[in-house]
Design a protein around this ligand. Structure first.
Ligand code: MN
Length: 233
């Protein structure tokens, strides 16, 4: 195969305990999937799950023990953090039932769904797509993927984010409105899940703005911690 120019390198994420990397296919994200976060966004109650995507090349893979960097993006004055459990898909499928979802999960990681909240809010108001608020450069930092068998009970794990050492978000994955199996059931009803897909499962309450120079440290019990610093544009 020859190309008219060199194709972009495939996005990939480090794997705990392995030299091989996890190649990224698509990045799905679940909206408003913790009650207290839905409330802080001005919504109440259990609504059907909804999804948006980020291009694979928005992933910012960060190695264990290192601090990655995210350049403050253009156009916004309100860049916000959303700490999330990420599901890494190893076996694809369509119309996967929640009870079978675990068979499709290769591993888990800690991710950040970085959001240009001011632009997202404007798009919501106008009933327009969220892309400009969600799917921008370096908007999907992710720590090393832990294979599912080594990840412990992520469905009941504490999840937190600190900015400059101070707690901003702290909750438990058990508080997901749509749980891990249900997420995979719904995503695979709408799209063909494929090996390499990442699913950001939603964020708990406490989302807030960050500025240049901030260091974000996020964790989920049983998984590698994710650390990133916000740098100048
Ligand atoms: Mn999110």
């Amino acid at each position: 195969m020859s190309y008219v120019f060199n194709p972009a390198p495939a996005a990939s994420v480090p794997v705990v305990g392995r030299t091989e990397r996890f190649p990224v296919h698509r990045i799905y994200c679940v909206g408003r999937n913790y009650v207290e976060h839905a409330k802080e966004m001005g919504f109440t109650g259990r609504e059907p799950p909804f999804f948006f995507l980020k291009p694979a090349d928005t992933a910012v893979p960060v190695n264990a023990g290192e601090t990655g960097t995210v350049a403050y993006p253009t156009l916004t004055k309100d860049l916000q953090h959303e700490i999330e459990l990420v599901l890494a898909i190893g076996i694809g499928g369509r119309n996967i039932k929640a009870a079978d979802a675990h068979k499709h999960i290769w591993g888990y990681a800690v991710g950040l769904d970085m959001t240009r909240r001011d632009l997202q809010g404007e798009m919501k108001k106008q009933g327009r797509p969220w892309c400009i608020g969600k799917a921008f450069e370096q908007s999907a930092p992710i720590g090393p993927i832990t294979p599912a068998a080594q990840a412990g009970d992520v469905a009941n794990a504490e999840i937190y984010l600190q900015v400059n050492g101070k707690d901003k978000q702290r909750s438990n994955v058990a508080k997901l409105i749509w749980n891990i199996g249900e997420i995979i059931e719904h995503v695979s009803a709408a799209w063909d899940l494929a090996p390499g897909d990442l699913i950001y499962s939603g964020t708990p309450e406490g989302v807030a703005a960050v500025v240049e120079g901030d260091t974000l440290v996020g964790g989920i019990a049983g998984l590698e911690t994710l650390s990133v610093r916000i740098t100048g544009a």
